[in-house]
Design a protein around this ligand. Structure first.
Ligand SMILES: Nc1ncnc2c1ncn2[C@@H]1O[C@H](COP(=O)(O)OP(=O)(O)OP(=O)(O)O)[C@@H](O)[C@H]1O
Length: 248
């Protein structure tokens, strides 16, 4: 049983937008149908309106947990609750954009809502403004950088009035300028709506400075939930003890 530290105190009246309670996920392997555990008894509560980060070494289960929150995978045990509507944004910027222009791409998901042309345009402008991309509205998407494509994808989710953004390592393929642009866009879009919650999977400790709270996982277990500084210090201490171990 892993030791999990909860450093943040939650007020029970706080609205929670993403919650997992004793969540486990296993997959059946080919070898005699044996169950391979991927996530073990994970419990997490993410308050509404906040940007949280999910960190941990390669293969610890971050993407699997995010996919369960997105509804792409079903947990084997435990409970999950995620406020709707929710949107999952993938790592590769080229998989995000589907229409030829920025305006068309952000408006793409609005087709199902039966909105007037004026309402569509107003939502597109508002959501592009939230991610700092309003001046790009007429740009062909193939002329955008990777980070700009990610911001357009996030604008598309905001235009659909999504309440939860699930963001899987968006900065992996981006240069430093684009990395900062995307995370600042997420932060400012949360500020402008006050009602959108984001869970951001990352390997980059420097991104923690934007987080309201963070979760650190190892080997399918939630090891620590806390504020950004506490989680950063905990990870640095884990890394230092690991380096000491391999050098000894
Ligand atoms: N369909 C599958 N079959 C076998 N193993 C799987 C499957 N899906 C996930 N895993 C394993 O589950 C573990 C968790 O994978 P996951 O992609 O969630 O990790 P991660 O923390 O997101 O890793 P990374 O940081 O490298 O993206 C890994 O060991 C992975 O190999």
């Amino acid at each position: 049983m892993p030791i999990c530290f909860f450093i943040l105190q939650f007020n029970h009246q706080d609205a929670v937008s993403i919650e997992a309670t004793n969540l486990s996920y296993s997959i059946r392997t080919n070898q005699q149908g044996k169950l391979l555990p991927i996530l073990n008894d994970c419990s997490i509560r993410i308050p509404s309106g906040q940007l949280w980060m999910l960190l941990g070494p390669n293969g610890c289960g971050k993407s699997t947990l995010l996919k369960i929150f997105a509804g792409l995978l079903r947990p084997t045990a435990g409970r999950v609750s995620v406020r709707m509507p929710k949107s999952f944004v993938f790592q590769n910027p080229d998989h995000q954009v589907v229409m030829p222009t920025v305006e068309g791409d952000v408006a793409f998901g609005l087709g199902k809502f039966n909105l007037s042309e004026d309402e569509v345009r107003s939502r597109v402008i508002q959501s592009l403004t939230a991610v700092g991309m309003s001046s790009y509205i007429h740009r062909p998407v193939q002329t955008l950088s990777g980070g700009q494509k990610q911001r357009v994808a996030i604008a598309g989710a905001l235009a659909e009035a999504c309440k939860v953004l699930l963001l899987d390592e968006l900065t992996t393929f981006l240069d430093e300028v684009d990395q900062a642009g995307v995370i600042k866009a997420v932060k400012s879009s949360l500020k402008s709506s006050e009602d959108v919650t984001a869970l951001w999977v990352t390997h980059r400790l420097e991104e923690l400075e934007y987080a309201d709270g963070a979760i650190y996982m190892e080997d399918g277990n939630v090891m620590m939930v806390g504020d950004a500084v506490t989680i950063r210090d905990f990870i640095l201490a884990r890394q230092a003890s690991y380096i000491k171990l391999i050098n000894s």
